[in-house]
Design a protein around this ligand. Structure first.
Ligand SMILES: C[S@@+](CC[C@H](N)C(=O)[O-])C[C@H]1O[C@@H](n2cnc3c(N)ncnc32)[C@H](O)[C@@H]1O
Length: 260
């Protein structure tokens, strides 16, 4: 129960502007990952990426991109023919009932409830009395997606959806990428130890490397506080560290220990 967080009910306004849309999306939490994002979140990484030899006919794949506004700098300043803005959680279902907004993930589980005064997250083990009890009551009283009229809301920002050369897509970064092979993959503020175990991180990063078009680049960014990033290059089946910003991403050593 975090009354001071952004209110996801902003997603329901037909007239919501792009900035408020991003704030509303940023308040959502699926499982243990927030969709927090903002513009110009990793300028040093963008600068480093401008120094590599990306081709104008190349593909860029951005994973865990939330509503996509964090990708705008890369879209505007890096050469590419197609830029894929992807995320695992690309829509949310909504029901309004009794003055409360209920939000559901793709499996139909209620993940968040908001009212005029509160936002309840399904994070009950971290909640303290009396909020834990209030949240439990709110979630146990939630309708199911089949019970009442339910609306599906897209979670990509319209500023991204309507850009030429940009494709928004649902994609789980643990899965093989089925589209055209990218020469650069960007993973910003997702591959870190607050979300995944080292075993999961190794599996995810190995998958990203396999998804690259032969020789290519992988940028792993963590800019939740200070911007830290690692830029890797895969050439002739070998992974090398090209650049390290402010000591590198927290998975830098783990990534370098992966055998291709
Ligand atoms: C903290 S946001 C980062 C957004 C953006 N990259 C940025 O730096 O501003 C993390 C995003 O990763 C997404 N995510 C979580 N698990 C994922 C997975 N397995 N595959 C792809 N995206 C995932 C979440 O839905 C969320 O939108």
């Amino acid at each position: 129960m975090l009354p001071s967080m952004g209110d996801p009910a902003g997603l329901l306004l037909a007239s919501v502007d792009n900035a408020h849309f991003t704030r509303a999306v940023s308040a959502l939490k699926f499982g243990n990952t927030f969709k927090t994002t903002e513009r110009s979140r990793y300028p040093l990484t963008i600068k480093a990426l401008q120094n590599i030899d990306l081709l104008s006919d190349g593909i860029i794949l951005d994973v865990g991109a939330s509503d996509g506004v964090g990708s705008l700098d890369a879209i505007k300043s890096l050469p590419h023919s197609q830029y894929f803005v992807t995320d695992l959680n690309t829509s949310i279902k909504h029901i309004e009932d009794g003055g409360k907004h209920y939000f559901f993930d793709s499996s139909g589980q209620c993940i968040l409830i908001s009212s005029q005064r509160f936002v309840w997250y399904k994070d009950l083990h971290n909640a303290i009395w009396p909020f834990k009890q209030l949240a439990c009551e709110a979630f146990s009283g939630a309708p199911t997606v089949n019970q009442l009229p339910c609306k599906t809301i897209n979670l990509f920002n319209s500023e991204i959806i309507h850009r030429s050369g940009v494709t928004v897509q649902n994609h789980n970064l643990f899965e093989p990428w089925g589209g055209a092979k990218p020469s650069l993959i960007i993973a910003a503020n997702i591959l870190n130890r607050s979300y995944f175990t080292d075993k999961e991180l190794t599996r995810a990063i190995s998958r990203l490397i396999k998804n690259l078009k032969g020789d290519g680049y992988l940028a792993i960014v963590d800019s939740r506080k200070q911007e830290r990033a690692s830029l890797f290059c895969v050439t002739a089946g070998k992974l090398e560290l090209l650049d390290s910003i402010n000591g590198g991403a927290e998975t830098q050593a783990l990534t370098l220990s992966i055998t291709l």
